[in-house]
Design a protein around this ligand. Structure first.
Ligand code: SAM
Length: 411
């Protein structure tokens, strides 16, 4: 959606194939923007290895140490000033309806309480909280979209309840503790954009002990995929073009189609086996340093004989309340016992307490996040019960933490 790849958020990936097909050098890539319609979220390559209104309150900085606001951050916030991205998110009914349902499900914890909306965008979640009876909602956004949010709040006669703060969560001042934090912070592959760090900062600055965070947990999954149609559409196509053998173009076609992670929608039938939990996050306890680099080893057993085309990543988030651990008084997510642990394989999501789940899994209704695919240049034939093992590391770029490096090894 936004055109300057050196000043937008993105992610890199590196793959190393240890066996089972062509060896090729590790690659470095960049995606240029966060979310956008499929066409506009087209991934763009970089092989250089670099990471690359009235009534509105503008809040300033206190004396405390805050992370600096870099040029990358400025470009990131600028990208959210475009109405198109907000239209797309709001039109994603799976996303927006689940948030609204979660707010209503937790109405008893919101009514009469103080809420902070981390990254309010157009103000929609803040207004849902006001509708749920919140006493006060601090709607914080560093993007110029905050100006529009303030107009929306005024037009809906909610200025007494919803206070729009135009600034970074890291910088704005809120002179009271809050009962609830709400935020829609998830990027592609969950961690892309690195916005969760700002939710953590808001939690540590303002949330009362025992306060509510929505969503409360998040889980990133991966699974091996087979996708022959995708491969033949992009690659086999060149074998016979109007009767002409253009297979000489196939190496370039593979490079152009698959050297970058692809954000696209697949279905359950593309998945070769149960997913692996790459990372489980409890929003009540997660730390910023924990998110800088995530490594997991995977061990899949293919449930069928099929060409393996790569790996898919997706996530879900859950909206459950906090629980106070009797041992150390620490707040954790209420459903911790039922949550997957990093590295585990999940057969079926279990949710005995019926917390609402916003899922971006291939078997669930599609969302604007779709799934993120890392394709191999050439498929690998796997037999039923064959092991596919390796590791993946997702790390924030040192230069621009909103970029993500993906290092994948498989055999
Ligand atoms: C994914 S959008 C969600 C918008 C809105 N909450 C919604 O659900 O439609 C994230 C918003 O958070 C804002 N944001 C991200 N990091 C922020 C930070 N550290 N401080 C303030 N706003 C931030 C962005 O500018 C963007 O408008």
């Amino acid at each position: 959606m936004h055109s300057n790849p050196t000043h937008s958020n993105g992610y890199h990936h590196q793959q190393q194939q240890q066996s089972g097909g062509d060896r090729r050098p590790a690659m470095t890539h960049r995606e240029r923007v966060r979310r956008g319609p499929r066409g506009s979220s087209r991934l763009r390559e970089s092989r250089d290895g670099h990471d690359g209104a009235a009534g509105l309150r503008v809040s300033g900085q206190k004396q405390q140490q805050r992370p600096p606001c870099t040029d990358f951050d400025m470009a990131y916030f600028h990208s959210y000033a475009h109405v198109g991205i907000h239209e797309e998110m709001i039109k994603d009914r799976v996303r927006t309806d689940t948030y609204r349902a979660a707010i209503m499900q937790h109405q008893s914890s919101i009514a009469g309480k103080v809420v902070v909306d981390v990254g309010c965008g157009t103000g929609i979640l803040s207004i849902f909280c006001a509708q749920a009876g919140a006493k006060r909602v601090y709607a914080v956004d560093a993007s110029e979209i905050a100006i529009q949010a303030n107009e929306v709040v005024k037009a809906n006669n909610l200025s007494d309840t919803v206070i729009v703060l135009h600034g970074r969560v890291e910088d704005v001042e809120i002179e009271e503790e809050v009962d609830v934090i709400i935020s829609e912070w998830m990027g592609y592959m969950l961690l892309y954009e690195s916005m969760l760090g700002s939710v953590i900062i808001a939690r540590d600055r303002w949330l009362k002990p025992g306060g509510l965070i929505l969503p409360s947990t998040a889980t990133l999954y991966m699974a091996p995929v087979t996708h022959p149609d995708r491969y033949s559409d992009s690659i086999d196509f060149w074998r016979n073009v109007y009767g002409i053998d253009m297979s000489a173009i196939m190496p370039l076609a593979k490079q152009c189609a698959f050297e970058e992670p692809c954000v696209e929608t697949i279905v359950g039938e593309n998945i070769l086996t149960w997913p692996h939990v790459v990372k489980h996050v409890d929003c009540y306890t997660v730390t910023i340093s924990e998110l800088e680099s995530v490594t997991t080893r995977f061990n899949f057993k293919s449930m069928m004989r099929a060409p393996l085309h790569g790996f898919a990543f997706w996530f879900d988030v859950e909206f459950s309340g906090p629980a106070i651990s009797p041992n150390n008084n620490q707040t954790t997510s209420l459903l911790t016992d039922t949550h997957p642990v990093d590295g585990s394989q999940r057969k079926k999501r279990t949710n005995p307490n019926e917390a609402l789940v916003l899922s971006t899994a291939p078997e669930d209704p599609p969302t604007h996040w779709q799934q993120t695919l890392i394709y191999f240049y050439d498929p690998i034939e796997v037999e039923q019960d064959q092991l596919i093992e390796g590791s993946v590391t997702l790390s924030q770029s040192k230069e621009n933490p909103r970029f993500m490096n993906i290092h994948l090894e498989y055999a």
